[in-house]
Ligand binder design. Structure first.
Ligand SMILES: NC(=O)c1ccc[n+]([C@@H]2O[C@H](COP(=O)([O-])OP(=O)(O)OC[C@H]3O[C@@H](n4cnc5c(N)ncnc54)[C@H](OP(=O)(O)O)[C@@H]3O)[C@@H](O)[C@H]2O)c1
Length: 244
């Protein structure tokens, strides 16, 4: 069988970078997309993969990226994140716009652009990294939880719209993962970011990547619809055991 191609968005750091490593290890040719091309090229070089610049919030950038991908078997919609933690009454519209553009419209653009190639491959797979924030709400999180709920709804709709076609649809639903996520959410505030992981052992990016690679390497007739993974010390988006 010839080598299968996996496109991973947001592969310059965190879960996306770890997923690129795990899928390359599983035998895929990995095509990496993100805005920080220097980081992306270093990862791609290590994995004998390909790196192209990608800003999922920019339709022109998405079109240029997709044009450079002749065939695609797996798309991992991973680019995304959170900005701020304000209550609704104090909501920052710029933060909301960033979260909706990146998580929701970014996933829509990439999926829409690559679905024809995924289906034409005869064995396509859309894997979307949402979050437990896509399935519950917490105080201060409405910009992120609403975006992740929308991303999850968009993703789930694909399962029904393409039933009977050769494409699998898997939602990855992580709880807390230690990456640059909190530094980005809190605009580089290291104390605030470190506090998120205080007193417990969070998931690592590799923990999530291994689950993504597992889903991507099941036989073609096996569709893992959704997978929830959390640290043992996390119950949900607001309740943790921080006694470590
Ligand atoms: N960490 C957690 O606790 C957690 C939990 C559940 C779900 N998630 C989800 O997991 C995904 C990955 O997050 P992470 O934890 O790995 O965070 P991260 O370390 O901050 O990585 C985010 C990645 O997204 C990319 N990205 C951001 N904006 C982009 C854009 N406009 N176009 C293309 N790429 C873009 C970044 O690359 P560039 O800056 O180079 O573009 C980076 O590679 C996100 O969807 C996040 O919501 C994270």
């Amino acid at each position: 069988m010839s080598e299968r191609t996996a496109v991973i968005t947001g592969a310059s750091a965190g879960i996306g970078e770890a997923t690129a490593r795990a899928l390359a290890e599983a035998g895929f040719h990995v095509v990496l997309g993100a805005r920080r091309l220097d980081r992306l090229e270093n990862v791609a070089a290590e994995l004998a993969g390909t790196a192209f610049p990608l800003d999922v919030t920019d339709p022109t950038s998405v079109a240029a990226f997709v044009q450079r991908v002749p065939e695609c078997h797996v798309l991992v919609n991973n680019a995304g994140g959170a900005r701020g933690l304000e209550r609704v009454v104090d909501a920052d519209e710029d933060n909301w716009r960033w979260m909706w553009e990146t998580n929701v419209l970014g996933t829509l653009r990439m999926t829409k652009a690559l679905l024809p190639k995924l289906i034409a491959s005869g064995d396509g797979h859309v894997i979307t990294v949402t979050s437990i924030a896509g399935h519950e709400v917490y105080d201060g999180g409405s910009g992120y939880t609403s975006a992740k709920h929308a991303q999850a709804a968009l993703h789930e709709t694909l399962r029904s719209e393409h039933l009977g076609e050769p494409v699998r649809i898997t939602e990855i639903i992580p709880g807390m993962v230690e990456t640059d996520f909190s530094m980005n959410r809190f605009d580089g505030d290291t104390t605030r970011a470190a506090n998120v992981y205080r007193g417990l052992t969070p998931l690592t990016a590799q923990d999530v990547a291994e689950v993504i690679a597992f889903a991507a390497t099941r036989p073609s007739h096996v569709n893992l619809d959704s997978i929830v993974l959390k640290p043992r010390a996390q119950l949900n988006g607001s309740r943790y055991d921080r006694s470590e």
